[in-house]
Design a protein around this ligand. Structure first.
Ligand code: ADP
Ligand code: ASP
Ligand code: MG
Length: 450
């Protein structure tokens, strides 16, 4: 069974931050009968509060205070509902379960408990949003994403199990889609034992794309706080402008290299199933947005500039390396064993430098004394942080004449710690000091787009 023209719509944190924002989203859903599955993030600010509860040792009163702040955000919405009593019982039991976990003695030491706690953001917002939709006349039902979004058991960064998600969605979700609109949680899933997992920060975009794939949707809409994907983060420069169209490859590169508007893995399901992805503003839907499609009308050499902050660079050095066979293998085996993933690599005769992406400062924990000692057993190791990665995304960059000259003309005055170019026709990356990255992005933007 398939639903013709099926659309999945995802609404991010600011889009479900309060009652007024939720009402805008409800209108978008009501206007498109093809939207049968709605994925929501936690209300803006809630996940950050939950992360601080999960990762910091706090006093009893600090925990209570943080819980109050979360409740304040959610009650502001409840208080605007016409019939709040419809959900009082469910919301109260969610609050109670969240509180029990927040005070759990082992919380900061157990990743499974952390994920359970983080899941409450989306569970509360989806419950509230279902009610707002009903008030707007939409036949909506709250659906627990954990019934279909099967993942492995890597808490905090769980990997989806595509086949299983497809099987479960076809069984429990698809047959019901003609009847009503389902409102489900982004970001969360469950492993084989039924334990709650999360997909990593910003993971709701990924959830939407995964459900679009599993349900054979024709489109997936990402409704957020910007009117599309821009030439660069509009928070960096006012000169950034929205792009009407992007290719899957370009969007995947942008997401991977730090354009926060899309979770890095969002394009994977879209690519596999040729699902067009729309990005637009839930506050200003009339302004249109960006369509991300397999083939674009044009393939410019420069499409956008992205920045990924807080990169860590590791340099391993040994005078013996010149002839040492297996040196790199030894280094990367240790890195892989500690679940660190290498991003950029440069080599010289006696040294190898590589960068590690550092989502939510997670590298510090894994690049710990144990990892470093294992490396120091056979080489000298220098770890440097305070770097950002700036990437120009485009097409055929390695073969188009003059591309690198133009780019280098605008970054020439800065200290470039590492340059990566040529491995992929879609990007050129620079590792630069964090204090320089804003100026570098602005300068590149002026040269390439203004
Ligand atoms: P949501 O909560 O809706 O998922 P996010 O904050 O995760 O929203 O993503 C939207 C933000 O992404 C924008 O406010 C913008 O600052 C940032 N962003 C970064 N790069 C880009 C880009 N190239 N185009 C548009 N927005 C971008
Ligand atoms: N609520 C989660 C976060 O803040 C997931 C998301 O918003 O996409 O990271
Ligand atoms: Mg996001």
């Amino acid at each position: 069974m398939t639903i013709p023209d099926l659309n999945i719509a995802k609404f991010g944190g600011t889009s479900v931050a309060n009652y007024a924002a939720m009402t805008n989203c409800a209108k978008i859903i009501a206007a498109n009968p093809a939207t049968r599955v709605v994925v929501v993030s936690a209300s803006a600010g809630v996940t950050n509060h939950l992360v601080s509860l999960a990762n910091t040792v706090l006093s009893h009163s600090q925990i209570s205070e943080t819980l109050e702040q979360i409740k304040h955000i959610q009650f502001a919405i409840v208080n605007e509902l016409a019939t709040p009593e419809n959900i009082t019982e469910k919301l109260t039991s969610l609050f109670e379960a969240m509180e029990t976990l927040a005070f759990h003695e082992e919380l900061v030491h157990r990743d499974d408990l952390k994920d359970s706690l983080l899941s409450f953001g989306e569970r509360m917002s989806s419950l509230l949003f279902t009610e707002v939709l009903k008030e707007q006349g939409v036949n909506a039902e709250n659906f627990d994403a954990r019934n279909v979004l099967r993942t492995d058991s890597v808490f905090g960064e769980a990997a989806p199990q595509i086949e299983e998600i497809k099987k479960l969605s076809s069984k429990v979700l698809l047959p019901e889609l003609t009847q009503r609109v389902f409102v489900t949680q982004g970001f969360i899933g469950s492993d084989e034992q039924g334990r709650t997992t999360t997909l990593g920060r910003g993971g709701s975009d990924f959830t939407a794309a995964l459900l679009a794939e599993a349900l054979d949707a024709v489109s997936c809409e990402i409704w957020t706080d910007v009117v599309g994907v821009f030439t660069t983060d509009p928070r960096i420069t006012d000169a950034a402008r929205p792009l009407p169209e992007l290719s899957f490859d370009e969007a995947a590169e942008m997401a991977n290299f730090g354009a926060k508007v899309l979770h890095p893995a969002t394009m994977e399901p879209a690519l596999r199933k040729d699902i067009k992805v729309f990005v637009g503003s839930s506050r200003e839907p009339e302004k249109g947005g960006t369509w991300i499609v397999r083939d674009c009308k044009n393939e410019p050499a420069y499409r956008a500039i992205t920045r990924r902050k807080q990169q860590v660079m590791v340099t391993v050095k040994t005078p013996k390396m010149m002839l040492a066979q297996g040196f790199l293998q030894q280094v990367f085996t240790i890195i892989a064993k500690h679940n660190l993933s290498v991003d950029l690599v440069t080599t010289s005769e006696i040294a190898v430098s590589f960068t590690l992406d550092n989502p939510a400062n997670s590298v510090a924990e894994r690049l710990n004394r144990e990892t470093l000692n294992e490396l120091r057993d056979f080489c000298e190791v220098v770890v440097e942080s305070d770097y950002d990665l700036v990437t120009v995304v485009g097409n055929n960059m390695h073969s188009a004449a003059g591309v690198s000259a133009k780019i280098f003309s605008s970054v020439g005055n800065y200290n470039l710690r590492m340059i990566c170019y040529g491995a992929n026709p879609h990007n050129m990356s620079f590792l630069v000091h964090q204090d320089d990255s804003t100026e570098i992005v602005k300068e590149l933007h002026r040269t390439l787009f203004e």
